[in-house]
Design a protein around this ligand. Structure first.
Ligand SMILES: *[C@@H]1O[C@H](CO)[C@@H](O)[C@H](O)[C@H]1NC(C)=O
Ligand SMILES: *[C@@H]1O[C@H](CO)[C@@H](O)[C@H](O)[C@H]1NC(C)=O
Ligand SMILES: *[C@@H]1O[C@H](CO)[C@@H](O)[C@H](O)[C@H]1NC(C)=O
Ligand SMILES: *[C@@H]1O[C@H](CO)[C@@H](O)[C@H](O)[C@H]1NC(C)=O
Ligand SMILES: *[C@@H]1O[C@H](CO)[C@@H](O)[C@H](O)[C@H]1NC(C)=O
Length: 314
């Protein structure tokens, strides 16, 4: 017993001595949460963006979990959010963003001098839940690689200069709550596959583009909540989106070239129609005044759908 005590004593003093040494080391690593690989990548991103003032807090001397515009996961300390918003940023989205493998949120927003294409490196970010590249001057196509990011719940590419057609593969995303592709220069038609989302049925915002053709009938197979197709060049019928079966609540189909007969939809006489910008050419009957329809609110008791609270057609 005595022997054991004698052995313990020097052991503890060595332990406390090394602990003391350890605590007094000047290294920042002791309290720094930041993952060194993430820090290196963030500094590459900063450099690629020309060391903008917005990222002045990205100082290599400090813990990157304390930097502005980023967030660290509280348990793993890996960077899980990069939010670059409204600053003097010029250039392209750095490919290095693809090297932050635990990103769940990626936002570049309100940066009018952000140009170029959406980089393929984003396809590596398998944990992404929210991507928002909006109010920038990004051009090029909407990449089809977004369909690989299975955990995406929110895809916003609105207010850019994107061209080309909408990738049909976006319907392979099962957790999407909303797709915002509005205010671009997209052409082609709305994919047939947008009537085949499995899992959640996203709100669709496709307004202010140059989309053509009819809206695919397949969209009638799903219960959408919100659809905004306004200001495109869409044609044809839309009645299949309405009916007692449907839960659609908010629609805007204004400024297109739709033509359909709402009388078949038994629009209630009490439905109020306001505004008539006359851009669509609807064959309307049954709404009393024979005018083309416009804004249509709170149609609770007709057969368009029990939940419809807001609709606009012209
Ligand atoms: C965009 O770039 C132009 C020309 O270089 C510059 O004058 C302007 O201040 C920049 N705007 C922003 C928001 O960075
Ligand atoms: C895109 O750049 C042009 C000038 O090149 C500018 O006029 C426009 O405002 C920019 N777009 C956005 C969304 O800021
Ligand atoms: C996707 O989300 C699920 C549920 O939140 C999670 O278990 C899974 O790990 C996520 N996958 C990726 C690649 O982040
Ligand atoms: C849409 O919702 C209504 C009301 O909840 C339901 O009766 C109908 O079966 C649903 N249709 C589809 C295709 O899920
Ligand atoms: C209602 O929805 C079901 C599928 O959920 C469909 O088979 C049926 O034709 C629909 N009925 C009407 C009147 O739209």
């Amino acid at each position: 017993m005595k022997q054991l005590d004698n052995m313990k004593a020097p052991f503890f003093s060595i332990l406390s001595l090394s602990l003391l040494l350890f605590l007094s080391l000047p290294s920042p690593s002791l309290s720094e949460r930041c993952n060194p690989t993430d820090k290196k990548v963030l500094l590459q991103i900063k450099q690629a963006l020309g060391n903008p003032y917005l990222l002045a807090s990205w100082n290599p001397e400090n813990d990157c979990c304390d930097w502005y515009c980023v967030e660290c996961d509280p348990t793993t300390n890996r960077i899980n959010a990069l939010t670059i918003f409204s600053g003097q940023i010029s250039g392209q989205i750095p490919a290095a963003v693809g090297d932050l493998p635990y990103l769940e949120t990626l936002i570049f927003r309100k940066l009018s001098n952000l140009t170029g294409h959406i980089p393929p490196a984003i396809a590596k970010l398998s944990h992404l839940k929210m991507i928002r590249l909006s109010w920038t001057n990004l051009s090029g196509p909407v990449p089809s690689f977004f369909s690989q990011l299975k955990n995406l719940t929110f895809l916003d590419l609105s207010f850019n200069d994107l061209t080309g057609s909408i990738p049909p593969s976006l319907s392979q995303l099962h957790n999407l709550g909303a797709i915002h592709l509005d205010r671009n220069k997209l052409t082609g038609s709305i994919p047939e596959s947008f009537g085949k989302f499995t899992g959640s049925v996203p709100d669709l915002y496709l307004s202010h583009n140059q989309l053509t053709g009819p809206v695919p009938k397949s969209l009638g197979d799903l219960n959408f909540t919100t659809i905004d197709f306004s200001r495109n060049k869409l044609v044809g019928d839309l009645s299949f989106l309405f009916g007692s079966n449907k839960t659609i609540q908010i629609v805007d189909f204004s400024r297109n070239m739709f033509a359909f007969d709402l009388s078949k939809e038994q629009v209630s006489n009490r439905a109020r129609f306001a505004r008539n910008r006359g851009r669509n050419t609807p064959a309307v009957a049954g709404n009393g005044d024979g005018t083309a329809l416009g804004l249509h609110r709170k149609v609770g008791e007709d057969s368009w759908g029990d939940g419809l609270t807001w609709a606009c057609f012209n």
